[in-house]
Write a protein of this length. Sequence first.
Length: 105
Amino acid sequence: MILFVEYVVEERHRSAYLEWVRREPERWRGTELMESTSQPGVMVELRRVADAEEAARIEKERREGRSGWQAMEPWIKGGREGLRIWTFAPVAGGFSGTRQTEAYS
């Protein structure tokens, strides 16, 4: 499973955000942090999680701003409400994983 987090860092806060990211490398362990090449400031985080419970725990931590995550809220367009988080599971039928959907059944 993958936990996908997406948000927009406003241009005026980009330097502060990137400085914070670089100061806290342990926070990003196991996370791929990327920025859109066509829409500067659109950030995505990809993190592999073991199961739905781990994904839910991390999502709750992020949404509640625990463990120091609240520091980034002023830099995100829309604040905490601008944080979008989804969990993706593999699709069966020629793809890795065991989960099936009607489209691939």
